[in-house]
Design a protein around this ligand. Sequence first.
Ligand SMILES: [Zn+2]
Length: 460
Amino acid sequence: MPFPVPRVIVAAILLLLTACGSTPPPVPSLPASSRTDASPAATPTASAGGSVIVPAPGSSSEVYRPNPSAITVAIDPGHGGCLDWGVPDPSQRGIAYSEKAMTLGIGLQLRKLLEAQRIGVVMTRDEDVALAGDRDAAHGCDGPPWRDVDGDGKAGFEQTGRIRTRDELQARIDLANVARADVLVSIHINSPTENGVPVKVAFSETYYDDETPWGVDRSDRLAEAVQHGVASALRHVSYDRQDRGVEARAFYLIARQWAKGDSCTTAGDTWCVPHRGLQEPGVLSEVGSISLKAEQNMLVSEAGQHTIAQGIVDGLATFFADRDLAVRYDALIPGGAAGQQPAAAGGDGPLYWAAVVPRDATSVPLRLTNSGSAPWPAELRLLAGWQASDQPYLAAAPDDLRPLDVTVPALAPGESVEVTLPLTVPDGARQLSWITLASGSTPFTEHGSPALQLANTANR
Ligand SMILES: [Zn+2]
């Protein structure tokens, strides 16, 4: 169970979680596998701008038929690691019955099912680990050293757990953002109590934040679809369980980022909301509750975890079928592809950083893919801008975004095109570029398609 962020008077956040990562392949290419069940390949055609349009491969994928490998889902199994088991287990039956074990089991099943549908997946953790540190002698935990990921100048485990929690959550947000995932699904389990006494009830409920630019339009629909998928998948259990629907509650992981005028409960605290918020739609689904033993037994079982994962897959299929405008950017440079499990950087700061443009590059080959369900309108433009920053990536667009001289063809869903991205890479101190498609004055970032971000140097 996570803690929400009330909007104006922002309450202190305590959400204890853990995560993990791995190294990306050097130069990207859309996996051939998705073409094995593709419809016979239509021939590439030349676009008005002279670039070659690669037709949608098509597939039998139920999640995104036109081009499943153009989609990336970030899966976040809640909690994890030595210090964070998640909600207390009223049955006290040990680690296998802990929230962190159940969310990981469901997360791994979900990855398997999505990959079987040719959908790309990145995971915040695929084992029982923490990303931002997991070391505390008093608790017998000798995991990785602490990292100050959110940038508040603090790291480590203290009484409130707040500092560690924020660094851990920020690391997970960063992973999804740097991978440019299409959506993030965070899996949690509830353990309701009343006056400290477990309430024996089974239910699912899903949360989203309605204050992001895509909140009402995209995150709400994602929450509805995932909640419906999970509740329907579990309707055959032998005990009563409730479908508690969706609610807009800005849990730290899925909250819009800190903005001027926000405040925290603790005077002087300005870090109770992420300073680098999620740049794609995200939901936090309490898929079940462990206060009812029958439900807990279902949640630890492989069959139960598979059923829930299949419910989430069904929800994602509904969401992607309904998501009209969307784009995937693959910069054809090392580390430039979307959907790669990002490699964790060394050191004691943020783990995940934007890819670096090769020195002296004057342009970057870029593949654009229409990963939505609607054809792109004509006259889309590519906008770009640079900003000096020591951050791993930009939390928001630079003030000065300019149209690039690139012709973007009106691609059909699943189609892609390779264009040349003209870039004047600034010398000197670290700068980040933010590249986004725009339809009229609306950038695709407003629809929840993360911008392509590239750094001019690896120096930090
Ligand atoms: Zn939880």
